[in-house]
Write a protein that binds this ligand. Sequence first.
Ligand SMILES: C[S@@+](CC[C@H](N)C(=O)[O-])C[C@H]1O[C@@H](n2cnc3c(N)ncnc32)[C@H](O)[C@@H]1O
Length: 243
Amino acid sequence: MKMILDERGKKYILKSGEEFQSDLGIVKADVLENAEVGDEIKSHLDHTFKIVKPNINDFIDLMERRCSILLKKDIGYVLAHTGLGAGSRVVDAGTGAGAIALNFGNVVGPEGRVFTYEIREDFAQVAKKNIENFGIENIEVKNQNIKDGIDEDDIDLVFLDLPKPFEIFEDVLESLNVGGWLAVYAPYIDQAKLSHRIAKKVGFYDIDIIEIFERGLEIRQHGIRPKTRMVGHSGYLLFARKL
Ligand SMILES: C[S@@+](CC[C@H](N)C(=O)[O-])C[C@H]1O[C@@H](n2cnc3c(N)ncnc32)[C@H](O)[C@@H]1O
């Protein structure tokens, strides 16, 4: 896979046989076909572009999606909080376009496995295509309602991003290894609160609700200060552990 990254930070994944067009010019398909990662190529407007190998975040930023996707600030925290690593086994629902599923697959590596449930067939198809295009083979997209049951056991993390996740906490507990994690993404505080109550009732331990804020810095000639706009609320993250 190859990508053009311009100096404004705009990214374009190159598709085989297609020419590249932007406001900075056109590059013919055969030029792109022969270009290697690291090469510089020129558009018909004499603009120079660099060919880059896209990483997982570049790919996710540009992949097809039909619903909102989780933000990096939340994905990163889930990975860090649950200590996911090579060889881990993960259950994920709903898949959506596959943003967090791809991150799980990337982290657990070839020895690990990700089972991602998506109730909608059209969304499951998009996610399957995204995962195939990224070229990762340890993720299984299941076009199933996770509330009909979790087929897998020996699981290290169950991640739920769907309405009323608490309805399946008993099933989740059953599928997890001792020491395994349940993680829930809930846009509304009411859902997070109910998830906390039910996780406790079902027998989870170490239950936390966390909200992550992201604010960049504005770098100007007369000084540096926090940006006035920030990525504020997206959702609450609930974590609970099986002991
Ligand atoms: C906000 S999207 C998920 C985004 C995704 N987690 C990501 O990584 O960007 C929520 C998804 O959950 C799916 N969904 C809702 N209820 C479900 C269920 N019971 N089982 C499986 N998928 C479900 C929806 O169809 C939708 O695609």
